[in-house]
Ligand binder design. Structure first.
Ligand SMILES: [Zn+2]
Length: 450
């Protein structure tokens, strides 16, 4: 696999630190609210990265933290008249609901900052001992001047006058606090990701990812703290996803184009949102609009229809060996998966990977019928399933037809048997009004979404 590494600013072959294993750390949400579509993009993309690395045979450990202490957490707790911990518990539970809807798998570890105060303090002590941190009135800062030769690696420039940043913040009245060698207080933001990534993945690990807005200062500071403390390289590859715009504008509360995933999912299918996020390369900006989500919705329906049709055909397929045409189809199905893998291996090119899926679906639709050999239908379905599993799509049961529609289809079969064609036509129209088409095949009626 090739990965564009922000650290070296080029595409590099992926060589894991430990053979056969991959450790990934993704910066997770600050749990003071529901997450918005800007957050959803990295969740979906890096979940897809994880799925793909598993698919090509790696043993993947995926860590995504919850930031459960910071100014916004404290503000939210004060506004809602509750504790920071209660806010964290609430929005962590809400995170899992939305993530699950979007097909984002649970991480192997979802560490919380406040449960790692000991690890955080240990790193700060190391930095202090090395002369890279200093305390002032209960606050502790990272000394960027002392670390100057190595500061600016990720952004690719040495800063003339870099700002020192807080590793530990002295307690202010009304704020939650923990005991430390520098007095009561709480950790700064950057240090939590150094502590939690190294605890679960080792001092040096494979991939650190997040949104492009985290490159500076968050990730630059993570490198400084971690490498400053251990003297060893921190993450080997840095992957950053591009921005999300809404109707070609930056998403912001003041623009009124700020969307929580929770609200989007009231209107649109979560899988369509996922497909939309995968339709652009992860490093490019992506534009969110109703029109594009609607396009993604119909693309997704094409995938479901192709699968449902193939499953219907499979049920009625004759038991016989594949003929020459079917054998070539099965070969093409294999090639489709190879094209998909090649696209994904090229710096996670999900746009090209989706193109490989749709090409395969066109082939399935034109090559397979209810008279095809079961083995050929299986070759088509298996290729489709392999590819859509990696992208986290087609997660719903194949038979999404509502029971009322199914009952009407049965009534229509009975009506036709009784030669009551007027009733049969009436039922067909009724089903159409419900959004479904009945297609009569020599093997029986097949129901499709209109
Ligand atoms: Zn982070």
């Amino acid at each position: 696999m090739q990965i564009f590494n922000t650290l070296t600013r080029k595409k590099e072959p992926f060589v894991p630190v430990r053979e056969g294993k991959v450790g990934i750390y993704a910066c997770g949400p600050t749990v003071y609210n529901y997450f918005h579509i800007g957050n959803a993009r990295p969740f979906i993309l890096f979940d897809t990265l994880r799925r793909f690395l598993k698919h090509i045979g790696y043993d993947v450990t995926f860590v995504q933290n919850f930031t459960d202490i910071d100014d916004r957490m404290i503000k939210s707790a004060n506004e809602q008249g509750t504790t920071v911990d209660a806010i964290a518990e609430k929005y962590i539970a809400e995170y899992f609901k939305d993530a699950q809807a979007l097909g984002v798998l649970e991480a192997d570890v979802h560490p919380r900052a406040t449960k790692h105060i000991g690890e955080i303090i240990a790193i700060i002590k190391k930095l202090e001992a090395k002369g890279l941190a200093y305390a002032v009135d209960g606050d502790v800062y990272f000394d960027t001047q002392a670390y100057r030769a190595n500061y600016g690696k990720l952004i690719g420039q040495n800063l003339d006058d870099p700002m020192d940043f807080a590793l530990w913040k002295a307690q202010k009245p009304g704020e939650p606090f923990w005991k430390s060698p520098w007095g009561e207080g709480r950790p700064g933001w950057h240090i939590e990701c150094s502590a939690m990534s190294m605890k679960y993945l080792g001092d040096t690990f494979d991939i650190h990812c997040g949104g492009v807005d985290l490159i500076f200062p968050h990730h630059e500071n993570e490198i400084a703290q971690s490498e400053g403390a251990t003297g060893k390289p921190f993450a080997k590859y840095w992957m950053h996803n591009g921005h999300i715009n809404v109707d070609n504008k930056k998403m912001s509360k003041s623009e009124g184009n700020f969307f929580m995933v929770r609200d989007i999912l009231k209107e649109y299918d979560a899988e369509a949102v996922r497909l939309f996020m995968l339709s652009a390369h992860y490093r490019s900006p992506i534009n969110f609009s109703r029109e594009l989500i609607e396009q993604a919705t119909s693309s997704l329906e094409r995938l479901y229809t192709a699968r449902n049709t193939a499953l219907f055909n499979r049920e009625h397929a004759p038991e016989r060996a594949m003929n020459a045409d079917e054998q070539t189809f099965a070969e093409r199905a294999k090639k489709a998966v190879e094209a998909f893998d090649a696209a994904m291996s090229d710096d996670l090119n999900t746009a090209d990977a989706l193109a490989a899926i749709f090409e395969h679906v066109r082939d399935m639709n034109s090559s397979l019928t209810a008279d095809s050999a079961r083995e050929a239908i299986d070759a088509g379905l298996n290729a489709l399933g392999t590819m859509t599993d990696v992208l986290g799509l087609l997660r719903k049961d194949f038979d999404a037809t509502p029971d009322e529609v199914k009952a009407l289809v049965e009534q229509r079969v009975a009506a036709k048997k009784a030669k009551d064609f007027a009733l049969a036509d009436q039922i067909r129209q009724e089903v159409l009004d419900m959004g479904y088409i009945i297609e009569d095949t020599p093997k029986g009626p097949m129901v499709k979404k209109a």
